[in-house]
Design a protein around this ligand. Structure first.
Ligand code: PAF
Length: 282
């Protein structure tokens, strides 16, 4: 496995691989890798000849500077995990390498990017599209892998790929959870022991709501989740929305869509956690 810091070296390496007919898989990450990322890399290794993992905390997608400062940076440990998983290249550029000048491009995929995270984190998805499109142009992968935990991000990236005609297959990978249900996230590392226990009520509420939804309306299920989080010590709901899994627009009746997902964002202390559950699978 090679650790690469410059675009020039990355391109030189990948040009050789491509001319040898190798299929390239890309796993974009912001580092602080955990078993969720490992599952993306495993799939990428199984499906491609060469796997590139980018490890870059992208400043343009943080609307909260404090969040950017506190974001964990663990390149050495990340490389150990990636070596074990069989990645071929780790691309860990500096901010100056990626943004030699400010990226003034504006991406707008309304209404996908105006709801949920888009409403609460203005500019976030613009930053995500800036970095992901740059990575796509630098790596030119055949396939790129993203986790379904960031459900809205995945939908927006799929739309960007369609609109910009990137010849890249986007692969969505299921959420990886701890054995007690907590969705894996780099942000979990910031939870205290007590908060880690409190955060469990997020996935528990979502799992219970799936059962509840079988005999209740969308509005009742919405209220069930809101009340359950309100009753959970240490948790503060930012939003919970039951949406069509493709358009991300709220539904009113279960019959409104064949693919229904509940997306939630909750603060546990000052740690912002997201999760989701599929009420109806695609
Ligand atoms: O999901 C993430 O970790 C980031 O948003 C991504 C896709 C790596 C872009 O920085």
């Amino acid at each position: 496995m090679k650790l690469i810091h410059t675009i020039k070296e990355l391109r030189a390496e990948l040009d050789i691989q491509r001319s040898a007919g190798k299929k390239i898989g890309l796993v974009p990450t912001m580092g602080a890798l955990h078993a969720g990322h490992a599952s993306l890399v495993k799939l990428a290794v199984a499906e491609n000849d060469v796997v590139v993992v980018s490890d870059f905390v992208n400043p343009t997608q943080f609307n909260d500077q404090n969040d950017l400062l506190k974001y964990p940076r663990t390149l050495e440990a990340d490389c150990e995990l990636l070596e074990k998983e069989g990645a071929d290249y780790v691309f860990a550029p500096s901010v100056e390498e990626v943004y030699p000048e400010p990226d003034t491009r504006q991406f707008s995929y309304a209404p996908l990017d105006t709801v949920m995270e888009g409403k609460y984190r203005p500019g976030h998805f613009n930053g995500v599209c800036q970095i992901v499109s740059k990575l796509f142009m630098m790596v030119e992968p055949d396939k790129a892998y993203f986790g379904e935990k960031d459900f809205q991000q995945l939908a927006i990236i799929r739309e960007m790929v369609k609109q910009m005609a990137f010849p890249i297959q986007i692969v969505g990978c299921p959420i990886v959870r701890e054995s007690d249900g907590l969705a894996l996230s780099s942000r979990n590392a910031r939870l205290s022991d007590a908060e880690r226990v409190q955060a469990l009520n997020i996935s528990k509420t979502l799992f219970n709501s799936k059962e509840f939804a079988l005999s209740h309306s969308v509005a009742e299920t919405q209220a069930y989740v809101e009340e359950s989080i309100a009753d959970s010590e240490g948790l503060e709901l930012e939003y919970f929305e039951i949406v069509d899994g493709l358009t991300l627009q709220k539904i009113s009746n279960w019959d409104d869509s064949a693919y229904v997902v509940g997306c939630i964002t909750v603060y546990c202390g000052d740690v912002r956690l997201i999760d989701n559950i599929k009420y109806k699978e695609q």
